[in-house]
Design a binder for this molecule. Sequence first.
Ligand SMILES: [Zn+2]
Length: 125
Amino acid sequence: MEMTTCNVCGKIFGAPSGSICPACRKLLDIVYEKARAYLRDNPKAEMKARELAKAIGEDERLVEILMIEGRFENKDSEEGDSAAEKKRKKLLEDLQRSLAKPAPKEEGMTTYGSDRHGGDRFGRG
Ligand SMILES: [Zn+2]
């Protein structure tokens, strides 16, 4: 088995995949749960490893690794955003359509009337 140095604690361990030892992986899960709960309660909190780590009282390095791994990317909210985005786009299109009215047509009365009177024929004879 290949030996890898743990990204978190620096311990050398046999790694089938990844570069975080099982002990730290467990720890990361706990930190992740904490961080996620914190972000849920503070949606406007800055996504900075240092700030987040301080807020939840965990090691900055652990939070950083979670961020690098993309654990905080919420796919559910992304879907919601795209649905809202679609709606907004449609509203915008409607607005643009109502603003960009077609230029008013020039209405000129240009009917060439041709009144011709044919002469009467008297065919008496
Ligand atoms: Zn470790």
